[in-house]
Design a protein around this ligand. Sequence first.
Ligand code: NAD
Length: 252
Amino acid sequence: MLLKDQIALVTGGSRGIGRGIVLALAREGAKVTFVYHSNADAANALAQEVAAAGGTAKGVQADVADPAAAQTVVDGVLAEHGRLDILVNNAGVIRDKLFLKMEADDWNAVINTNLTGTFAFCKAVAQQMAFKQRSGRIVNVSSIAAEHVNKGQANYAASKGAVNSFTRVLAAELAARNVLVNAVAPGFIATDMSQAVRNLAGEDNLKKIIPVRRLGTPDDIANVVLFLCGPAAAYVTGQVITVDGGLSLGAV
Ligand code: NAD
């Protein structure tokens, strides 16, 4: 097991990519706390699935866009386990609208969840990882939309572009204290979030523009997160790793 008895925290863990990350970390021996927003049944089902496989995962309800939530969640993990080795900022939302129709509410909802939520959780773990432990891994889930233009995603692209910049600066500031900070930028992953685009564009059409000819799965992302949290990535920090089946190559 790559992460035996390490303590991990994953936001947005009850479904989609986050669920895949929780399963992967727990399979490798980490004791995982995951934040879920509203679906307690899904969170309980995931905790039971992990337990049935011999692992440990526990859901806690929180809204990552609530400025007070991160510290409360992190304090809970520290009270239970005394340390925190891995933070994965995965929770995210889209509110796609062309800019002329985009309201401040659409902007704020996306920025507050995707960017400010990521900041708040990093802030809440930083003292513990940098000073008390002098070790830690942080992985932020970004998107290829940060660099590749999708009309209707000005808010989402801004949030993920900022996550990439934030990741690099945080990595530079925390590296000397053995806290490694990286991001993963998924392409089209088959989850609830991409369902509307998949319906609109048609899955077969999407597969044609993806060089490996398939949509990604939560496992495709979880495997790279696992790498970034494990011993093989001990010399990797400040990187944004694209995991998109070659989509961003723009090959024709
Ligand atoms: P999803 O909608 O299936 O899951 C998102 C998760 O985040 C859900 O569990 C949701 O409850 C949680 N969440 C959202 N807002 C929250 C809040 N305020 N507080 C707590 N939890 C909250 O989407 P997904 O595809 O699994 O996305 C996971 C991450 O991957 C997101 O950051 C997303 O931007 C990113 N991503 C996804 C794709 C894709 O194609 N699916 C592509 C690029 C990046």
